[in-house]
Ligand binder design. Structure first.
Ligand SMILES: O=C(O)CC1=CCC(=O)O1
Length: 96
């Protein structure tokens, strides 16, 4: 199942910089592992914002929930999810 996910990150201004850097480092490691594994298909920065749009390819809504809640930055993100299905006019298959 494909999902379009928008994540807006809001770290508390009072968070110590070392804690913020550690969260970002562990988030990056996990995000890159999930991209290599194929579950995190796209990861794009929204220009000018501390936010991203991503495409996830996971087994189920429960799997997406488990993945998103495992992200180190999860407690500091607003997340919007759009489930995707094939458009009848699309010339691509869902693996493209
Ligand atoms: O910087 C972000 O948008 C949050 C994030 C998601 C994956 C990652 O490495 O950082």
């Amino acid at each position: 199942m494909l999902f379009h996910v928008r994540m807006d990150v809001n770290l508390p201004p009072a968070m110590p910089p070392e804690q913020a850097e550690e969260l970002k480092r562990t988030e990056r490691e996990l995000a890159q592992r999930l991209q290599h594994e194929g579950q995190w298909r796209h990861l794009w920065r929204i220009a000018g914002q501390y936010a991203n749009v991503s495409i996830f390819d996971v087994e189920s809504v429960d799997a997406l929930h488990t993945l998103l809640t495992s992200l180190p930055l999860f407690p500091y993100m607003q997340i919007q999810i759009m489930p995707l299905c094939r458009h009848p006019s699309s010339v691509r298959d869902s693996d493209a």
